[in-house]
Design a protein around this ligand. Structure first.
Ligand code: HEC
Ligand code: HEC
Ligand code: HEC
Ligand code: HEC
Ligand code: HEC
Ligand code: HEC
Ligand code: HEC
Ligand code: HEC
Ligand code: HEC
Ligand code: HEC
Length: 301
């Protein structure tokens, strides 16, 4: 190998080497010392744990029964020798996401909703459990959330705040519902259209059961899409969260007969519909059961 190559590779690896050297060493030399010992110097930390479910939670790691502090922070032996040494104990701040996740999953591995967490969008973009949760809280938020429910997700998804500020919107900021009324926070992949058609509609039906069906005459041919083809689920400038300001424009996107007949689009409106006349523009005045009907194939009743 050329010398320059060697130097280059060393330079690349050096930070990695330092990081590994600084990480707490979890070999046999590192002993568990017990929560009591931790509290000798960190008695203030107990307050921030006392009202949370982690108070006195314990785990069996290897052969050892480990009490709460070290079940998360790892063995404290080296830390005890010289607490001032950075990295003598797992401190979670700036820790690699994989390590944080493993520490939490060492107890939460059986929680079914966390099974796919490593394939999840947040994990993959480097957001760990601690992007949303905070463990030490004197007055704990529900589910140990790092922030109040109505603002948690907006801290990163700021563009969504604009959508929820539109005149018609689902009331997340007003704390009447949450982002996770619709999205699974631990598996955001399933909630988006391209993978989870059915799942997100199921969420809608929890609160809007009358749209569920199955109807004798369905409007939502499964290849058409879901609620989002007509509604903007976060918020809209239009009443009923509709995508278009005028209802007929929405309908005619699919029912104008000008679009390819591949099953995605509906039939052209019958000739007696004079769609440039206002009487005919409020289509749901006649097609009242627009989401589907038990009685009429044209959704007239
Ligand atoms: C002898 C006193 C003492 C004991 C016992 C002790 N610590 Fe510490 N700990 C310290 C001091 C001092 C610091 C450094 C504070 C600083 O840097 O601001 C510290 C820092 C920490 C940090 C932050 C580390 C960092 O790198 O910023 C964590 C986490 C921690 N201790 C957890 C524990 C746990 C868990 C135990 C029990 C296994 C424990 N400590 C036992 C004195 C102690
Ligand atoms: C459920 C896991 C868990 C348990 C149990 C736990 N901690 Fe922590 N600890 C964390 C996390 C995560 C952080 C990072 C900050 C946060 O999320 O609140 C942290 C932060 C800390 C810090 C550093 C604070 C700072 O500002 O640098 C100290 C010190 C600490 N913990 C001590 C303890 C002690 C002492 C105990 C036992 C009484 C304990 N922890 C129990 C997960 C835990
Ligand atoms: C020593 C085992 C243990 C470890 C490690 C652990 N937890 Fe927990 N956690 C529990 C137990 C026990 C509960 C309460 C029962 C349950 O909900 O499963 C709990 C509950 C929770 C809850 C629900 C809180 C509520 O109010 O319902 C959250 C959120 C949570 N843990 C997050 C974390 C995070 C984040 C980490 C990593 C920093 C972590 N846990 C590490 C044992 C642990
Ligand atoms: C994108 C934000 C986000 C991330 C990342 C995240 N969570 Fe959560 N978690 C939440 C929200 C929001 C809730 C509350 C859900 C609810 O109330 O239905 C929650 C609830 C929980 C609960 C309690 C579930 C219950 O029903 O009692 C546990 C345990 C938990 N999370 C653990 C974790 C662990 C461990 C990680 C990392 C592997 C993690 N979470 C990552 C947002 C997140
Ligand atoms: C710490 C920052 C952060 C927090 C807090 C956060 N997210 Fe995210 N979220 C991201 C990043 C980064 C991505 C991936 C990039 C993207 O697609 O925007 C993402 C992606 C997503 C996606 C998938 C988008 C897609 O196109 O696939 C959804 C859905 C989502 N987040 C919902 C939530 C919800 C709900 C909450 C609150 C429980 C939340 N997020 C909290 C940073 C965050
Ligand atoms: C009423 C149900 C509902 C609520 C509440 C909701 N969402 Fe969504 N969200 C959806 C649907 C449906 C989609 C899929 C839209 C699409 O793919 O066209 C989506 C898509 C997304 C996406 C990915 C696509 C994009 O537009 O970037 C993100 C990120 C997201 N939502 C974040 C959030 C956040 C953050 C909150 C809370 C402030 C939230 N959502 C609340 C239903 C909801
Ligand atoms: C947690 C319950 C809940 C979920 C889940 C939910 N919604 Fe809603 N939705 C509401 C409430 C409550 C209102 C009406 C009040 C308000 O917030 O303005 C509403 C209003 C609406 C409206 C406007 C109705 C009107 O009369 O103006 C539409 C359209 C709508 N939701 C569609 C959806 C779709 C599509 C989904 C799934 C992506 C969904 N909702 C999921 C609770 C929910
Ligand atoms: C083909 C377009 C279209 C689709 C797809 C669609 N909607 Fe609608 N929806 C409408 C129209 C148009 C209105 C307004 C009806 C009115 O003003 O009389 C509406 C109104 C609503 C309302 C208000 C209450 C009502 O019945 O008037 C809710 C709630 C609603 N839709 C939920 C949903 C849900 C949930 C889905 C997905 C299962 C969905 N919609 C799919 C067109 C659609
Ligand atoms: C995303 C495309 C789309 C939108 C938007 C849409 N439709 Fe449809 N519609 C369809 C499809 C596909 C069918 C089933 C094929 C067919 O029979 O035309 C259908 C069927 C119908 C039927 C029954 C036709 C029959 O012969 O059985 C009526 C009536 C109808 N739609 C009215 C409306 C009205 C009114 C609106 C606006 C509120 C609307 N549609 C919006 C795609 C759409
Ligand atoms: C005044 C009442 C009325 C209004 C308003 C109305 N329709 Fe209709 N529509 C009907 C009736 C009645 C039928 C059934 C015709 C039949 O029995 O053949 C029908 C049938 C349809 C069909 C089925 C066509 C076929 O060949 O199967 C479509 C699609 C349709 N309407 C779309 C619309 C759209 C889009 C609008 C708004 C621009 C609208 N309608 C407004 C009364 C109305």
């Amino acid at each position: 190998m050329k010398k320059t190559h060697f130097l280059f590779i060393t330079a690349l690896l050096l930070p990695l080497y330092l990081a590994v050297a600084a990480a707490p060493q979890e070999n046999e030399d590192t002993e568990y010392v017990g929560a009591e010992t931790c509290l000798e110097c960190h008695d203030n930390m107990i307050k921030s744990l006392a009202k949370t479910p982690h108070f006195k939670a314990s785990a069996t790691i290897g052969e050892t029964h480990v009490e709460y502090c070290e079940a998360c922070h790892g063995p404290g032996g080296i830390h005890l020798e010289d607490p001032e040494i950075k990295g003598s104990i797992r401190n979670f701040v700036e820790m690699p996401i994989e390590e944080t996740t493993s520490a939490c999953l060492s107890c939460h591995r059986d929680d079914h909703f966390l099974k796919k967490i490593r394939r999840e969008k947040h994990y993959q973009t480097g957001e760990s459990c601690l992007s949303c949760h905070s463990v030490h809280q004197e007055r704990p938020e529900g589910k140990l959330l790092a922030q109040r429910a109505e603002s948690l997700c907006f801290t990163c998804h700021q563009d969504k705040a604009a959508e929820f500020n539109l005149p018609y919107h689902h009331k997340v900021q007003e704390a009447r519902m949450t982002c996770w009324s619709c999205h699974d926070p631990h598996n955001t992949e399933t909630s988006i259209q391209r993978l989870g058609h059915k799942k997100i509609s199921e969420k809608c039906f929890e609160c809007h059961p009358s749209q569920r069906g199955p109807f004798t005459y369905e409007h939502l041919a499964s290849n058409v899409g879901t609620c989002e083809v007509c509604h903007q689920p976060h918020g809209s400038v239009n009443a009923r969260l509709l995508r278009r300001s005028e209802q007929y424009l929405l309908c005619l996107e699919c029912h104008s007969g000008q679009l390819p007949e591949d099953g995605l689009f509906g039939k052209k409106t019958p000739s007696f519909h004079i769609t440039n006349v206002s009487t005919y523009q409020n289509c749901t005045i006649c097609h009242v059961k627009i989401h589907g009907s038990y009685l009429d194939r044209y959704f007239l009743r």
